[in-house]
Design a protein around this ligand. Structure first.
Ligand SMILES: O=C(O)CCC(=O)C(=O)O
Length: 188
């Protein structure tokens, strides 16, 4: 958590953990992600520049929503366990993993995660990226930017998850991320 005097402000409900992964874990996971059959992200006919692969569940943005995906591979289980521990959840509550490759120029637009999901735990690899947050206060946007450093992890729940939107502008260096999600309405 960023709790010291010099730590940047976080939206309420966000926790940030630097050095969540070791250098070895980062390298091994990066190689695993690069070896996956990543597919360009599709949103209602629009094809984004980032490429993704889901495990556990897949969320399709063509109106069909959630469906089963490949089960979690063995190499992802220890990371899921560690992420669950960070979020104070049982491992099996993290039923969805989305692995993303942001090649040069790829980003992610303003959004909140789909309402079917509950907590979000994001792990960053390779390069730092500004994780931007905004929420409407009256006629104005309140904004916070948190640098997601390589090997760090963040947890989004509560207002950070439900009120604030987040985005990442086009990256200038390859970045990977792994986001785990639990489902709303599931009692872990
Ligand atoms: O890459 C990240 O850390 C953010 C991913 C994200 O916002 C999403 O998958 O909805």
């Amino acid at each position: 958590m960023q709790s010291d005097l010099f730590a940047p402000a976080l939206p309420e409900g966000m926790a940030y953990k630097p050095d969540f992964l070791s250098l070895d874990e980062e390298q091994n996971l990066g190689a695993r992600i690069a070896a996956l059959s990543l597919k360009p992200f599709e949103f209602q006919g629009f094809v984004g520049r980032r490429r993704t692969h889901s495990f556990g569940l897949h969320y399709a943005f063509d109106g069909s929503g959630l469906r089963a995906a490949d089960p979690f591979p063995d190499w992802l289980i220890p990371v899921r366990d560690h992420a669950a521990d960070l979020a104070g959840l049982p491992s099996e509550a993290l039923v969805h993993a989305l692995l993303i490759e942001y090649a040069l120029g790829a980003g992610i637009g303003w959004h909140r995660d789909r309402p079917v999901f509950s907590d979000v735990i994001g792990i960053s690899l390779c390069a730092p990226a500004p994780l931007r947050f905004r929420r409407k206060v009256g006629a104005k946007w309140e904004r916070i930017t948190v640098t997601a450093e390589p090997r760090s992890a963040y947890v989004l729940r509560g207002p950070a998850r439900e009120e604030w939107e987040h985005s990442i502008p086009p990256v200038d260096s390859l970045r990977h991320s792994i986001t785990f999600r639990s489902l709303k309405g599931e009692k872990p």
